[in-house]
Design a protein. Structure first.
Ligand code: PXG
Length: 426
């Protein structure tokens, strides 16, 4: 089972047998509020009929078409739709099947880009502490959550910037004040190994998996400026922040910083069909096209059997239609202040050492048991499940990411359960 304590699960299985809107139904017939939109991926609500119909129609008309050397119209329609939503000249889309593949594609794209630009030595990647970029070897290497790395021995040789979770920012509402200067570490790395050795920096605009770690005010702008100054590509992994979570379409919009490559997945299909996408600036695409040899040659020798799968494209087109017609970024932005008020009202309960929030996401940091990191949040999350709330734990934090279509009373319910459970901790 993925990232699951197999033994404890099998001792006491938590089976989900149905879903509707913002709720699950457990095998014992209980209605559970979905406090994390699945795994950050179903913000438009579960079981959307429009997506179900689009998927069924697609399987009945073109269930699969070969991804290599052939195309189908919905892949181009979807790419153009994404192009119309992304900021700047992030105009060229490469499809895959997950967030892990979207980031892996971005890393390979960055290296191949410099190769084509005649700078094969520009091959190093810079990640960030506590970053999460999926579970393939490249993503694991640039990732910075130690327990996800240590079992696998030698990974790629990556430099990691310091994470931005600073004690002086504890209990900040929204973006923290302190820590923009942490971006300057990149200047130090450039001095140490030379800009000619660094291909790209990859960060999540805000880290979800590690427990909603936010960029200090000005941090991303500084990172962008240093990358531009030294001709280093900036990759934003927006697998979580893409499509609405920050109250705009992308974190890039919210933070006003345009990367060179953008990684998407999750909400792209509202979680219904696996799909990832890597979006590159026009200049990157044009470099691949210009330096490709004869016209039958393959410009980017990369791709998956299921890249741009017709069923995934149909699901994504239907999902993005819902996303835009229901103006879900607005809805997420309108609900965010209520989430902020409700989570910060939990301050003062036992063991809470920090509360963070931004857009439609929040985290509650708990003091660990001595020598047993992560145990307390698991205990709290399991107790919440018994009381009708699904909440995720990440390290020492509990994470919330309600559906964009959630109502204020749903947020009240989630925070009341957290209040009861954390409030009675011994
Ligand atoms: N990048 C980011 C920023 C992610 O959050 C991935 C890549 C990988 O996506 P796939 O589709 O390969 O899983 C992710 C995934 C959690 C949680 O509890 C977060 C993710 C997945 C599962 C659980 O926070 N993020």
């Amino acid at each position: 089972m993925p990232f699951t304590g197999n033994r404890s699960f099998k001792d006491a299985p938590r089976m989900i047998v149905g879903a509707d809107g913002c709720h699950y139904t457990s095998a014992d017939g209980r209605r559970i509020f979905d406090g994390l939109s699945g795994l950050w991926c179903c913000g438009m609500g579960h079981n959307r009929r429009e997506i179900a119909i689009a998927v069924a129609d697609q399987i009945a008309s073109l269930d699969y078409s070969p991804a290599f050397q052939f195309g189908h119209p919905k892949a181009f329609e979807l790419a153009n739709r994404i192009k119309g939503m992304t900021p700047g000249d992030l105009d060229y889309v490469f499809f895959s099947n997950s967030g892990s593949e979207a980031t892996e594609t971005a890393l390979k794209m960055a290296r191949a880009y410099w190769f084509k630009r005649g700078k094969p030595g520009k091959s190093k990647f810079v990640g960030r502490g506590k970053g999460y970029h999926g579970v393939n070897f490249g993503g694991t290497s640039v990732g910075g959550i130690e327990p996800n790395r240590t079992p696998y021995g030698e990974l790629m040789d990556i430099a990691h910037l310091a994470h931005t979770l600073l004690p002086e920012n504890a209990f900040t509402r929204g973006l923290p004040e302190h820590g923009a200067e942490l971006a300057d570490e990149l200047e130090g790395l450039v001095e140490a190994c030379g800009a000619d050795a660094i291909a790209a920096v990859i960060v999540e605009p805000l880290s979800g998996s590690a427990g909603v770690i936010l960029p200090p005010k000005g941090y991303l702008e500084r990172l962008r400026a240093i990358c531009t100054k030294h001709d280093i590509l900036l990759i934003f992994d927006e697998v979580i922040t893409g499509f609405g979570r920050t109250g705009n379409c992308f974190g890039a919009d919210t933070f006003g910083v345009v990367p060179d490559i953008l990684c998407l997945a999750k909400t792209l299909t509202n979680g219904t069909v696996p799909m990832g996408a890597t979006v590159a600036r026009a200049e990157i695409y044009e470099t691949f096209m210009a330096e490709a040899g004869p016209d039958y040659a393959i410009e980017f020798p990369h791709g998956y059997t299921y890249s741009g799968h017709p069923v995934a494209c149909a699901a994504a087109l239907a999902a993005l239609e819902i996303f835009e017609t229901e103006q879900l970024t607005r809805r997420a932005a309108a609900l965010a202040p209520h989430l902020e008020d409700c989570v910060h009202a939990l301050k003062g309960l036992p063991y809470i050492t920090d509360i963070r929030n931004f857009g439609l996401t929040a985290a509650i940091q708990l003091e660990p048991y001595p020598g047993e990191p992560a145990r307390r949040p698991i205990e709290v999350a399991l107790e919440c499940w018994e009381k009708g709330l699904y909440v995720r734990y990440a390290g020492d934090a509990l994470a919330l990411a309600p559906h964009f279509i959630a109502e204020t009373h749903d947020i009240d319910f989630a925070c009341n359960v957290l209040n009861d459970v954390i409030g009675t901790l011994k």
